[in-house]
Design a protein around this ligand. Structure first.
Ligand SMILES: [Fe+2]
Length: 248
C-alpha cells in the first residue's frame, strides 16, 4: 500500500513482519474450549495467517478459569491433537503446541497444591497467568510465592491491560523484583484495546521490562489488527527487544 508523506514523496508503508519473535506463546487457537477460535476452520485460517506474519511455532494457551473455562490438561491436550492433525492435513509448515493461561484465584492455588499436571512451556517451566482486570488481586503475592516454590517461572500475561496497574510502574517493578516475567500483547502497542493500554505498553517498552511478546490471538479480528504494528513509530524499538520468545 502507498501513502503520501509530508514532502509529497511516495513512501512505502512498512509491512508487519513478526519473524523476529519466532515463537508465539499466548493465544487461544483450540476451538470450542474458551473464548478463542470458534471452530476448526477458523483455527486453521488463523494459524495460516499467523504463519504468514512470520511465526513458525505457536504455543497456544487456552484459558483455565474456574467455572467459566474449566479446562484440564486432558481437555487441552486432546483438542491440541485434533488441531495438530488438521494442521498436518492442511500441510501448514507450523508447529503447534499447548500450555495454558491460568487465572489467579483460589482454584488455581488449589491446582498448584494438587496432583493435576500444570501446563507450562519452555525449559524453566514458564507458567502463564492472568489476574482480574479491576482490582489488585489479594492473592497476587501468595500466588507468585506458590508458583515460585513449586519450581515454576511465573509469567504475567498482559500487565499493560490491568486497570489496577495502570500508571503504577512501582508496583510493576515490585512484581518483577519478586521474579515474575512480563508478557506484553503486541496489539497493545497498536491501541487496539485503548489509548491508556497503548501508553502503558510503551512505558514498559521504555523501561526494558518486557520479556515476552504475545499475540493473545483469539481469532481473525486479532490477526487483522496485528498488521497495524508495522505502521507504528515504536515498531523499530519493538523489533530490537531482547525477547525470551526466541529461546523457547
Ligand atoms: Fe489470553
Amino acid at each position: 500500500m502507498k501513502i503520501w508523506g509530508l514532502t509529497g514523496k511516495r513512501k512505502q508503508k512498512e509491512p508487519t513482519r513478526l519473524d523476529f519473535i519466532q515463537t508465539d506463546m499466548h493465544s487461544h487457537l483450540l476451538p470450542g474450549i474458551d473464548d478463542g477460535v470458534a471452530d476448526m476452520a477458523q483455527a486453521l485460517d488463523t494459524i495460516r495467517h499467523l504463519h504468514a506474519l512470520g511465526y513458525d511455532r505457536l504455543i497456544t494457551t487456552p484459558h483455565i478459569l474456574n467455572d467459566y473455562y474449566p479446562n484440564t490438561p486432558e481437555i487441552i491436550l486432546g483438542k491440541l491433537k485434533e488441531v495438530q492433525d488438521a494442521v498436518a492435513e492442511a500441510q501448514l509448515p507450523v508447529t503447534i503446541e499447548a500450555a495454558a493461561e491460568y487465572f489467579l484465584d483460589e482454584t488455581f492455588l488449589d491446582k498448584l497444591n494438587g496432583t493435576e499436571q500444570i501446563l507450562t512451556f519452555g525449559k524453566p517451566k514458564y507458567l502463564l497467568f492472568e489476574t482480574g482486570f479491576m482490582n489488585e488481586p489479594i492473592l497476587l503475592n501468595e500466588g507468585i510465592f506458590q508458583m515460585t516454590i513449586k519450581g515454576y517461572q511465573p509469567v504475567l500475561a498482559h500487565p499493560e491491560r490491568y486497570i489496577y496497574l495502570s500508571g503504577k510502574t512501582k508496583i510493576l517493578e515490585e512484581i518483577v523484583e519478586k521474579g515474575v516475567l512480563l508478557q506484553v500483547n503486541i496489539l497493545s502497542f497498536t491501541g487496539y484495546y485503548s489509548e491508556g493500554v497503548k501508553k502503558m505498553s510503551e512505558k514498559l517498552l521504555d523501561m526494558g521490562l518486557i520479556s515476552f511478546l504475545g499475540t493473545d490471538c483469539h481469532g481473525p479480528r486479532h490477526v487483522d489488527a496485528l498488521h497495524e504494528l508495522g505502521q507504528l513509530k515504536s515498531y523499530k524499538k519493538i523489533q530490537q527487544l531482547k525477547l525470551l520468545n526466541n529461546s523457547l
